[in-house]
Write a protein that binds this ligand. Structure first.
Ligand code: SAM
Ligand code: SF4
Ligand code: SF4
Length: 387
């Protein structure tokens, strides 16, 4: 059996220098809880499984995630009830949006039950949560309606191209494009919108799919988002020369389409949005928009309001973090719900993570680590932490 390659360093809460928290002041009020860079906590991404039925080379390369790979045993996973209780504490501290992810979240049995439990929660101001899910789409045709019925609001589906040979080479399990498109159609029919489609662009692999994907989704009400290939984890063999900067993707799109930048729809939004122009030179919402997630070439840490809860209950403060905080022991062993809320508030108030920004700043220094050194640095895997 191979070792798990995920470099999990758990920070036991006992060792965490918790600041003194005063009820009613910064720590327990979602409005005023801020991290060290004055960023609130709004978005919680929950990974519900570390397993996946795809082997995307940029995320779970076959050579590592093979039959010898040791996944988490079921007993290590947070139960739905534990996830819901943990989510309640995050919500008390300001979280308004929850994204279920993985691994492939639809592989988690009876996920609808979790969705139902989360949908029953209310934000600190009494509003329903924005509950969404990121999926590779492979099981969506079967599950879209039951997820909608359970209270899921919308979905983001990953699709890296329309050409079967290219897509199959990227998912590395011979999965056809048509089945993902069926999943997207089922999500549309079930009303799981607005739908977003994520396309990771890898130079030398699928840049020829950029224009066909844009043509296909323009005017469908589905926002296509181009994601720069990121150096997440330490197993995907990331190389800077395989990153296609968003600026280059935009230039390619502009050879065929007229686009205009759109204002962010909310603070902390991950994607820069561009809208299609009509013949009058105005943005036409019916033609839709595209988005760019540029974590490699354009840092966007200053508004990052996202926390990540792993499958086994570790709290991570950044996608590129090397250390998580153990919330599982709290949710399992401490019956006082305030203990969890206090702990999360304490952890968040000490957060200073801004990996992408620092990497960009480092690049200009003479002692900058090479891109390759950065890529193989001990970091948590995307399939473990969730995207
Ligand atoms: N399995 C689901 C899926 O693929 O949508 C959810 C989990 S996946 C880790 C979440 C998102 O991360 C996907 O859109 C995927 O394309 C993206 N992703 C994974 N590895 C990436 C990498 N190295 N660079 C950029 N995006 C990546
Ligand atoms: Fe699986 Fe999603 Fe990672 Fe692809 S990106 S291997 S579908 S978890
Ligand atoms: Fe947020 Fe970390 Fe990404 Fe910066 S690098 S935007 S802090 S997740």
């Amino acid at each position: 059996m191979s070792e798990r390659v995920i470099p999990i360093i758990t920070q036991p809460l006992g060792n965490l220098p918790l600041p003194t928290l005063v009820e009613g002041t910064h720590a327990l009020s979602g409005d005023s809880l801020k991290d060290r860079l004055h960023r609130p906590l709004r978005d919680l991404r929950i990974s519900v499984t570390d397993r996946c039925n795809f082997r995307c080379s940029y995320c779970m390369p076959k050579e590592i995630f093979n039959s010898d790979y040791t996944y988490l045993p079921h007993s290590a996973l947070l139960s739905f009830e534990e996830i819901t209780r943990t989510a309640q504490s995050f919500i008390a501290l300001g979280v308004e949006k929850i994204r279920l992810t993985g691994g492939e979240p639809l592989l988690r049995k009876n996920l609808e039950i979790l969705v139902e439990q989360l949908a029953a929660l209310r934000t600190a101001s009494g509003k329903p949560l924005d509950i969404t899910l990121t999926t590779n789409g492979s099981l969506l045709a079967r599950k879209a309606q039951s997820l909608k019925d359970a209270g899921l609001k919308r979905v983001t589906i990953s699709l890296d191209g329309l050409d079967d040979a290219i897509f199959k080479s990227m998912n590395d399990v011979d999965f056809p494009v048509s089945d993902v498109l069926e999943g997207i159609a089922a999500a549309q029919a079930a009303g799981l919108g607005p739908i977003k489609v994520n396309m990771v662009v890898k130079r030398g692999t699928n840049e020829q799919e950029i224009l066909p994907m844009a043509r296909y989704f323009k005017g469908t009400g589905i926002a296509l988002r181009f994601i720069e290939y990121m150096d997440v984890g330490a197993t995907n063999g990331w190389r800077m020369n395989e990153v296609m900067p968003s600026a280059d993707v935009l230039k390619m799109l502009q050879t065929e389409f007229s686009l205009t930048p759109l204002a962010p729809s909310q603070i902390g939004e991950t994607a820069e949005r561009w809208g299609y122009l009509n013949a009058q030179g105005e943005h036409d919402p019916l033609l839709g928009e595209v988005g760019f997630i540029s974590s490699v070439t354009q840092a966007f840490c200053s508004d990052c309001n996202r926390a990540r809860l792993t499958t086994e209950g570790q709290l991570y403060l950044c996608l590129f973090a090397t250390q998580g905080y153990d919330l599982k022991s709290l949710v399992r062993d401490n019956p006082d719900p305030n203990a969890m809320t206090h702990a999360i508030a304490a952890i968040w108030s000490q957060r200073g993570d801004r990996y992408s920004e620092l990497r960009r700043a480092e690049k200009d220094s003479p002692n900058a680590p090479s891109d390759q050194a950065n890529a193989t640095r001990r970091k948590v895997e995307m399939s473990y932490i969730g995207g």
